[in-house]
Design a protein around this ligand. Structure first.
Ligand SMILES: Cc1cc2nc3c(=O)[nH]c(=O)nc-3n(C[C@H](O)[C@H](O)[C@H](O)COP(=O)(O)OP(=O)(O)OC[C@H]3O[C@@H](n4cnc5c(N)ncnc54)[C@H](O)[C@@H]3O)c2cc1C
Length: 443
């Protein structure tokens, strides 16, 4: 157990956006499931690898139970592809062990530095949402330790209410100690990729339907800052390559570390404009095809460790929302104009469509429609004001903002985005809480 100095930030339990900062009173790091204990005083919260952006993995003044040492593989059935592992095993650990054996994750987010517990708690989605739905759909069962010391096995057949509440339940129903996941068969660890440039949002919506029908994985980068040109971008799609394809060699793993906190002045309207224009132009041809290793296709940002330092010490916020297809084009276009008027530039805008496959998770974020994620350097009140305004547009269109990326949404917005929260609140373990939950469940 570590008792925390209230003046010193414990770096390794901060979230990825580095805003807001949090000061837990205690950090527990159990090495074995039987070592997990709950302090008598104060609220507790499980913690994975801190790849949530905002404050859903923060518990200021309370205890954090860091589960990353619970990282053992417990069993694997080579014939069915069912993996049983502890909750602190990372998606990267699974890929390293099972990709060479012809198995892959059924769903993966844009980083592999995520634990199985964190992937369940946020019911993460990936580039194949339109074909496979969320991570929680591929979880067969898990162990849940409640603060009264009772350990439950949860699945669709047993303790099914808690199973549904825990998938996407933001860590509030107890500690996930282990899970059983259905992996997916692959012939090779390579991806046959096709990328296509589009010059407007209209064109994106035209081609994305065709790409979603043709490919297992799709995602787009979009320029949301260049005057007159916003909405242009690059759509990237792919399938697992077949053994009969002409495959390149497996690349040597290479990572670099972003060495320092960038001064906040370096990220301004002009540098963001220049980056967006250069990125668009780097894709010379209208259509490009190649075969690449899964790592660079799924996790381009993982190649630069600590890339979040690019936003400087003040940190950044990611704003991710979805709205139904019927409102999609108009809302995305309105939001781009709103951002342009506000002068707050987003470096990275990732646009993707979600399919209709439902998750078992009660509070799961993805719903069928258009999904956009934007990164904003934190500049204080002006950034928070812009995001509050965007919340109104999203709520009016019947959409929702992703709690895993959030650090500021109001209780009012949360309750509009997730009207099922009242049903969910019945399953929250009374000893569990987070900075996010205290903010959104009040008022
Ligand atoms: C570069 C990048 C790209 C990303 N791309 C995507 C994406 O494409 N799709 C997507 O959905 N998300 C994406 N994310 C977000 C990330 O996948 C989620 O926030 C994920 O839940 C983080 O997992 P973690 O192990 O780091 O958990 P943490 O961030 O530490 O915690 C996340 C939540 O899980 C809970 N938790 C953690 N472990 C346990 C446990 N053992 N028992 C109970 N509760 C637990 C915590 O209380 C918290 O509520 C991305 C993040 C980054 C940094």
């Amino acid at each position: 157990m570590t008792a925390c100095d209230s003046k010193k930030l414990p770096e390794n339990v901060q979230s990825w956006g580095r805003y807001p900062k949090h000061f837990p009173a205690t950090i527990l790091r159990p090495a074995w499931r039987s070592d997990i204990t709950f302090p008598n005083e104060g609220a507790v919260l499980g913690f994975g690898l801190g790849r949530s952006y905002g404050d859903s993995c923060h518990n200021s003044g309370g205890a954090i139970i860091d589960c990353s040492r619970l990282n053992r593989l417990l069993g694997f059935d080579e014939t069915t592809g069912v993996l049983r592992c502890e909750s602190g095993v990372s998606l990267g650990d699974i890929l390293r062990e099972f990709t060479p054996r012809g198995w892959f994750l059924p769903v993966t987010p844009g980083t592999k530095f995520v634990t199985v517990g964190g992937a369940v708690a946020n019911d993460v989605h990936g580039k194949n949402h339109h074909c496979e739905g969320t991570f929680g759909r591929h979880v067969l069962r898990f162990g849940l330790l409640r603060s009264d010391g009772v350990s439950l096995e949860c699945s669709l057949e047993s303790n099914s209410d808690l199973f549904r509440a825990t998938i996407g339940g933001m860590g509030l129903t107890g500690i996930i100690t282990w899970a059983e996941i259905q992996l997916k068969r692959i012939e090779t660890p390579f991806i046959a990729k096709e990328s296509r440039r589009f010059s407007s949002l209209d064109e994106f919506f035209d081609i994305s339907t065709e790409f979603d029908a043709r490919f297992a994985y799709t995602v787009s980068w979009t320029d949301c800052v260049s005057p007159q040109k916003y909405g242009r971008g690059i759509l990237m799609a792919g399938d697992h390559a077949a053994a009969s394809d002409s495959l390149p060699g497996v690349p040597h793993p290479r990572t670099k570390t972003f060495p320092f906190d960038m001064p906040s002045l370096a990220l301004n309207r002009y540098s963001i404009l220049a980056f967006n224009a250069a990125y668009y132009r780097s894709h010379f041809s209208q259509l490009r095809r190649n075969i690449e290793y899964y790592d660079s296709f799924f996790y381009p940002l993982d190649a630069i460790l600590h890339w979040n330092r690019v936003y400087g010490r003040r940190g950044f916020l990611q704003y991710q929302f979805h709205v139904p297809f019927s409102a999609g084009k108009k809302v995305v276009s309105d939001i781009f104009s709103h951002i342009a008027r506000s002068g707050e530039g987003s470096f990275l805008a990732v646009l993707k469509t979600f399919g209709s496959i439902k998750s078992p998770g009660l509070m799961s974020f993805p719903r069928e429609g258009v999904n956009l994620a934007l990164d904003f350097p934190f500049r204080g009140k002006s950034t928070l004001k812009l995001l509050d305004e965007l919340d109104e547009t999203v709520a009016d269109a019947g959409g929702a903002v992703y709690p895993a990326k959030d650090a500021r949404m109001s209780a009012k917005s949360f309750k509009k985005f997730f009207p099922q929260w009242i049903e969910f609140a019945r399953f929250v373990d009374q000893k569990f809480s987070s900075d996010f939950w205290r903010r959104v469940s009040d008022g």
